[in-house]
Design a protein around this ligand. Sequence first.
Ligand SMILES: Cc1ncc(COP(=O)(O)O)c(C=O)c1O
Length: 308
Amino acid sequence: MEARSIVPRRYLDVLVDLSAVAHNTRVVRQAVSRPATAVMAVVKADAYGHGAIDVARAALDAGATWLGVCTTAEALELRRAGLDAPILAWVHTSAESMRLATAADVDVSVQSARTLAFAVDAGLDVRRHLAGSLSALTRPDLHLDMIRTGSALYGLLPYAERHRFDLRPAMRVTSQVALTKRVEAGQGVSYEHDWTAPSALNLALIPVGCADGIPCALSGRLTVSIRGRRYPVVGRICMDQMIVNCGDEKVEEGEEVVLIGSESDGDPTIHEWALALSTTPCEVATYFDRPHVNRQTVPAVGARPLTG
Ligand SMILES: Cc1ncc(COP(=O)(O)O)c(C=O)c1O
């Protein structure tokens, strides 16, 4: 038996709540001013790190009628999973890419004279769309035959807009306390001992780091939740470990550590990380799209059972 079936390869768990994706799809649907305007669920980059096949099914069940991806390979993965909704794949670097797409009944878009030349070979369906969640939600006057929405589906509008619509982030990221240790004042922590304990205190080792999608650039700026309380990560974030300062609180080995959770529960959020890293929430979500991260999906309430 492979080791992986007994123990996880790494210790980061990602939970994707498809009810949130379904809810967000309905919010976008309702914002569409013209009944004839179709909603395309953008599920490129493995649905912004949430899992393309499950997200696509949840969004289609909730009223999206199109799927959008970047590459032909992404589109073919959806087709192989049995998804027969219309798909648009928008970046092509060869005529072969367009031919394969067209053979799988995937629409292609043309962005330059070069891609137009590919398209002439492969057959072409030109459409007028409005791209992007924010304009889809805020500019009904611009709704054409379709809106293409990604970030809104995942509840990941930019930080400043995050409360403007009733959208719910769908991703929860957790690990667990691997080890606890009481240290004396003056004890240095992690590489170069960048941080030194100002007094005797309890430390907890969390067995995740930048190899799991937690950027070392968050060193000194990251907090986690344990049992509903926030604690700072101290010292440098390593490739596979980081240290949390629990002060005088005693946390137990094996306890859940929330890296990304719910804002209303006071947990750290993707939006918080994005702010600290001067990037978009969507980018942060893709950090956890790694083959060895354990990703599980919670089905949407009332949805068809998940397969595969
Ligand atoms: C061509 C295209 N349309 C639509 C979207 C969706 O944009 P958003 O995530 O802002 O909704 C993207 C994503 O960047 C895109 O590349």
